[in-house]
Design a protein around this ligand. Sequence first.
Ligand code: HEM
Ligand SMILES: [Cu+2]
Length: 556
Amino acid sequence: MGDAPEAGLLGREPGERNYLTAGTTVRSWLLTTDHKRIALLYAAGITFFFFLGGAAATLMRAELVTPAGDLLTADEYNRTFTLHGVIMVWFFLVPSIPTTLGNFLLPLMIGANEVAYPKLNLFSWYLWLAGGLLTLFALLAGGVDTGWTFYTPFSTLYSNSHVLLAAAGVFVAGFSSIATGINFIATLHLLRARGMTWMRLPLFAWAMYATSLVMVLATPVLAMALLLLFAERAFGLPIFDPRAGGDPVLFQHLFWFYSHPAVYIMILPAMGVVSEVIACEARRRVFGYEFMVYAMLMIAIIGFMVWGHHMFISGQSPFASLVFSALSFVIAVPSAIKVFNWTGTLYRGQIRFSTPMLYALGFVGLFTLGGLTGLFLASLPLDVHLTDTYFVTAHFHYIMVGGSVSAFFAGLHFWWPKITGRLYSETLGRFAAVSMFFGFNFTFFPQFVLGYLGMPRRYHEYPPEFQAWHVMSSTGAVVLAFAYLWPLCYLGWSLVKGERASDNPHDATGLEWQTRSPPPTDNFAEPPIVTGPPYRYHEEGYAPHAPAAADEPQRP
Ligand code: HEM
Ligand SMILES: [Cu+2]
């Protein structure tokens, strides 16, 4: 964006109609079927949940500064980490990239005017909101103390907290996920522009496709697990209660049969975002495009076969554990292919260290560390030592926060000019990206050490020898918290006072850059026609930094 000094003055008249100015009443927003407006409705919701979940995290890190449990009682601490986990997983991470960037960009990227089922799209938002409010009510009316995993028999027989209400909220939000998945799959099958073959799709669109498959196939299993939990807790049906012939470990199987694939719902979209940003900001064609596509599909499929690695110490058969361990190593292969290909894309690129690129590079590094520590956990003898310690906490935060959240910020900054029609300050953006990277590592790297030394997760007090590492982690969390609040300020400022953005400030090749910023309600003045593969960044005759010719709308 720094490369477009006169950006904003190109053919932009103040009164020009776009999707933002198409209607200004509250009703025009709450009843909209425009995928771009729905994306913004979701964005408002997930921003709220992100900072709510963040507040709970801050409270936990404050408690953990001293070995004694002096700020929160054990019970309050349990409720705080449950609030944090439930909100962050289901009301922030799972919907984050698909419902905001995905909703906004998928039709634009494939040259369509809408998603396949615009009304279903709006309905999904209402479902998600209803689920969110239900859960929020449960969490604020006293909270839940089971952890985000709702393990039985504690959740069904012993907990006296609002388990049912919270689970009901997650259940409802699950249907929103399924509807979004169906919508995206149908959109990609039905609405691709002329010439947009599957192998010409941008990788972000492929990422949405792979994610949607997982959403549609895995989420119903979570719904069933929660329904069974409901049946036992509310009506005493003996399903998980061993005294009545039930099996508590059955719940863990059902839960992880959803939740391991769900971790790919959280990471695949991030991989899509990062592929777009890296190709554009390194001015390179994506290295091994087809491998990138197949790797994502492999991840989506194999993701269904490894759930038992969360249950190595649950008493499942040792033979099963062996198979799950081996399969968990297998799923690291497509993840590694992706890291290799991002590196290959960067190789000999003309790299611009712009804000989105800094976030994207941060993603690659942190995701790699998260993935590699996953292999530690996937090896049976090590996991027996590390499971339920801070090592696991560090592992999944490296992937879900260092990875997915960084990628979300990469995408937010990359497409910000398209979404809002405004530019933000590059200096402030880069500062936030770098602070986030350092704050993150400062917070979570000590947790690998803590876990290895034997500090269990989910405790509000601990032996004094762990204190130094905890203080380090809490200090990092302060930096991290400011790094997350900072974009709120400069992006908010950009909305009001930001310079106007040109249609294609990064000289990117995707179709979404060929329409105006912000796009008109029906996206394209005339349907685009695609004539070649994506990412033609370094081709003869294509000057990377020249603005795209306005009369050439179909350069894919
Ligand atoms: C390279 C691929 C990966 C491997 C081999 C791997 C392996 C593992 C293993 C074995 C565990 C269980 C540890 C234990 O409970 O003792 C685990 C936990 C976890 N992983 Fe991964 N993982 C990988 C990628 C991911 C990704 C992509 C995400 C999220 C986006 C993720 C999120 C999680 C979460 C949330 C947990 C902890 C769940 C809990 O107990 O609350 N992992 N991982
Ligand atoms: Cu898993």
